[in-house]
Design a protein around this ligand. Structure first.
Ligand SMILES: [Zn+2]
Length: 265
């Protein structure tokens, strides 16, 4: 059986969970949510690469294991929240436990698998609730500064925070996660559509030449150094549009897997 939840249904479910448990302050601690739902949560240091966490079922009891190999508390929080998505979302338990009592996840927007993406959307909505997140945005300078500050406030990874920022900001912003100068994921804020006849970069597209992103990707030392590189650019260099508007490119290496996060704003 395949099914599909509306994005708004997924987001509303996360809002309901927080309301039911009377959790309304940043940072949202997914372990607290799990505890209130009676789900035990444990770290696991020997997950296969790519596996972010697992949801386990034994009759009516559920448990969550989360991968610690990235050594990134923000990513761990997201992984736990992703598993909570499989627990709370309608139809998910039936789907993920169809063939076994263990579901292994690939969280944080790396797969196009629908059920995983729904759990990612749930995780983002749980850890970065729309209302509270938006209230804070105006406090910070736009672009990477804002993303970094919000990641600290929410205790979430830069990648997940950047994607949520693009969803909720009034700024014009393009977020790209790439590896080996190839786009793996891209999202754009609503206001980017003002640039007219937009076509956003797709998975598999090449990163433009002579950019900060390319410089980081081609330098193994920079890839693991958490330092932002800045370059002046134009939106038209990154996406198809009918505007030559100038923009800022900010890029940072995401660590040992060679990925780079790029923020165009
Ligand atoms: Zn999953």
């Amino acid at each position: 059986m395949s099914y599909r939840l509306e994005r708004s249904q997924v987001q509303q479910r996360a809002v309901r969970v927080l309301k039911d448990y009377q959790i309304n302050k940043l940072p949202i601690n997914p372990k607290e949510v799990a505890a209130k739902a009676g789900i035990s949560v444990l770290p696991k240091n020997d997950c296969e690469p790519g596996v972010s966490g697992m949801l386990l079922r034994n009759g009516e009891n559920f448990g969550i294991l989360y991968a610690t190999y990235l050594n990134n508390p923000g990513f761990e929080n997201f992984s736990i929240a992703h598993e909570l998505g499989h627990y709370f979302l309608d139809g998910h338990p039936e789907q993920v436990f169809k063939n076994s009592n263990i579901h292994a996840s690939t969280a944080e927007f790396v797969t196009s698998d629908l059920i995983e993406r729904e759990a990612d959307t749930f995780a983002a909505s749980l850890l970065m609730p729309e209302d509270i997140f938006k209230d804070q945005l105006s406090r910070f300078e736009k672009g990477f500064t804002c993303i970094e500050a919000m990641a600290k406030l929410c205790n979430t990874s830069l990648t997940a925070t950047a994607i949520r920022y693009a969803e909720l900001t009034e700024d014009m912003v393009v977020i790209i996660v790439s590896k080996n100068n190839i786009v793996e994921f891209c999202c754009i804020s609503n206001n980017v559509f003002k640039l007219k006849e937009i076509e956003k970069p797709k998975k598999g597209d090449k990163i433009p030449k002579d950019t900060a992103t390319e410089a980081i990707t081609n330098n193994p030392a920079l890839l693991v150094k958490s330092e932002v590189r800045y370059a002046e650019t134009r939106f038209i260099d990154w996406l198809e549009c009918r505007s030559s508007r100038v923009a800022a490119e900010e890029a940072i290496g995401l660590g040992k897997y060679g990925k780079v996060l790029t923020v165009i704003s």
